[in-house]
Design a binder for this molecule. Structure first.
Ligand code: NAD
Length: 250
């Protein structure tokens, strides 16, 4: 059974892989046997992380389709194929919607939704040509519920978009050997949630709203991605795997 989860001989790229959830996914894919490329807009943290974990680094800004395309091309030139693409780069912006600056709305949409589309497109065109591949997008429980008490309408809308984009692409590409799924974490302790976790009102609300009564470690999200990357999920496409300690049941 465990052989189904093995990724030996496969090339994987993880956007936003320098730190946080992406970094844990990099470790999960590497430990399952894949050759892994961290892809990140921050070359300092990206290179340091790649060196620390014995994987490779390629830079890209997911908001720029040419830069994303070049990163995927790099993986194919170095490894001969791109078999697993984890489109995980994301940012958050907390601000009341009635006053939200359109530039901030655009920035969040640009990284969290446009960026996922550009990465899916770059992965999809190469995987369709190969006739195989698995794409995993990082969604969020915020694509299903609206978080509280912090305002973040752009983030929530973008993540709902990621989940539905995933289903749309899954339908387009299933018959040609390419699977597209998403993983939707609940609250995870990373840089992205540092501000919220240091605000007692937010932290209390987040933990009280989670049946398991705690936030996740990044390493608790990675195994779900390894499952969707591997042949263990050979009949899964267009699904969203929610890993949220039960947050969305209430
Ligand atoms: P993080 O801030 O720790 O890491 C994000 C990484 O993405 C960083 O390495 C950053 O440099 C990179 N990045 C940002 N903009 C980029 C761009 N334009 N191009 C390429 N790389 C870029 O955040 P995290 O908590 O690890 O979040 C990872 C993903 O998980 C995001 O999509 C986030 O929305 C999602 N998520 C996080 C949580 C949580 O509670 N932390 C919950 C649900 C979903």
């Amino acid at each position: 059974m465990t052989d189904l989860f093995a990724l030996n001989g496969r090339n994987a790229i993880v956007t936003g892989g320098a730190q946080g959830i992406g970094e844990a996914i990099v470790l999960g894919l590497r430990d399952a046997g894949a050759r892994v490329f961290i892809c990140d807009v921050n070359p300092d943290t990206g290179r340091a992380s790649a060196e620390r974990h014995g994987v490779e680094f390629v830079t890209a800004d997911v908001t720029d389709p040419d830069s994303v395309d070049a990163a995927f091309e790099h993986v194919v030139s170095a490894g001969g194929s791109v078999d697993v693409a984890v489109n995980n780069a994301g940012i958050v912006h907390n601000h009341p919607s009635e006053d939200l600056d359109p530039a901030d709305w655009r920035r969040v949409m640009s990284v969290n939704l446009d960026g996922v589309f550009y990465s899916c497109r770059a992965a999809g065109k190469r995987m369709l040509a190969q006739g195989s591949g698995s794409i995993i997008n990082t969604g969020s429980m915020s694509g299903h519920i609206s978080n509280r008490p912090q305002p973040q309408s752009a983030y929530n809308a973008a993540k709902a978009g990621v989940i539905h984009l995933t289903k749309s692409l899954a339908g387009e590409w299933a018959a040609r050997g390419v699977r597209v799924n998403s993983v939707s974490p609940g609250y995870v302790g990373t840089e992205l949630t540092k501000r919220g976790l240091s605000n007692e009102e937010w932290r209390r609300s987040w933990i009280d709203g989670t049946p398991m009564n705690r936030v996740a470690e990044p390493g608790e999200i990675a195994p779900a991605v390894v499952f969707l990357a591997s042949d263990a999920s050979s009949y899964c496409t267009g699904t969203d795997l929610v890993v949220d300690g039960g947050y969305t049941v209430w």
